[in-house]
Design a protein around this ligand. Structure first.
Ligand code: PGA
Length: 249
């Protein structure tokens, strides 16, 4: 059985005080981990305090990015080794904003995925999709191409720690979610691609999230879809009451 994941992505929002207060406010109101995985992604300088605040609760903390070397002369970067040592559980990789604004490509994301796994982290690998780019000149779906590179060289045994996020770029932060059928199509395609790259068992067990303007108005219908195992939520994860409502919906 795939336990659903509700993951909040705060992006570059909040201060340290607000981040810790948020964790303290929600941590005793979360469902048990057998029912739901609840994850919050925040800026790197908040993570240690958030991990401390969440200790003993079902809440897991996620970094929004990391580099692919464990240490060295990489000014401004975040080490996956340091994240794991700090008690951070997940790392978000390949988010559409990293790809678009910071020009991260699939080869770089692949290196980061391998580094995260090497360090014991659980990568949440995002596949964005731009309207009009569903078919490339090679006649292979955009999302399939992304996955083939992003997950290159991942050992089958490590796939148990990988989660995939399907996020149409046009739905992120726009207030216009993909409709549940489009969202299911994307997640279904991802599951089939994982089956082709690895095997049916891995494809059956991997959790695939939909992200892009998820709110209390659409989460229930999205989560009813067979291949959608949870949601990655930006804007509506910023308020603790709204986040709790989404988690418990
Ligand atoms: P949104 O962001 O919920 O604000 O659309 C989703 C995301 O960027 O992961």
């Amino acid at each position: 059985m795939r336990v659903p994941i509700i993951a909040g992505n705060w992006k570059m929002n909040k201060t340290l005080g607000q981040a810790v207060e948020f964790v303290n406010q929600i941590k005793d109101q979360l469902p048990p981990t057998t029912e739901r995985s609840v994850v919050l992604a925040a800026q790197p300088m908040f993570l240690a305090d958030m991990v401390r605040a969440a200790k003993g609760s079902p809440l897991k903390i996620m970094a929004e990015n990391c580099y692919y070397h464990d240490f060295g002369a990489y000014t401004g970067e975040t080490s996956p080794l340091a994240l794991d040592d700090m008690g951070v559980h997940h790392v978000l990789l390949g988010h559409s904003e990293r790809r678009r604004i910071f020009k991260e490509d699939d080869d770089l994301i692949n290196k980061k995925v391998l580094a995260a796994l090497r360090n014991g982290l659980h990568p949440l690998v995002c596949c964005d999709e731009t309207m009009g780019r569903q078919v490339t000149r090679h006649k292979v779906h955009w999302v399939v191409n992304r996955l083939l590179v992003d997950l290159r060289g991942v050992k089958p045994a490590d796939m148990a720690r990988v989660t995939i996020g399907y996020e149409p770029s046009w739905a992120i932060g726009s207030g216009h979610s993909a409709d549940p059928f489009q969202a299911e199509d994307g997640c279904y395609l991802i599951r089939n691609t994982i089956a082709d790259m690895f095997d049916d068992e891995i494809a059956k067990n991997i959790r695939i999230l939909y992200g892009g303007s998820v709110s209390i108005d659409n989460i229930k219908v999205l989560m009813k879809k067979r291949d959608i195992d949870g949601c990655l939520i930006g804007g509506h994860s910023l308020d603790p009451d709204s986040f709790l409502e989404l988690v418990n919906s």
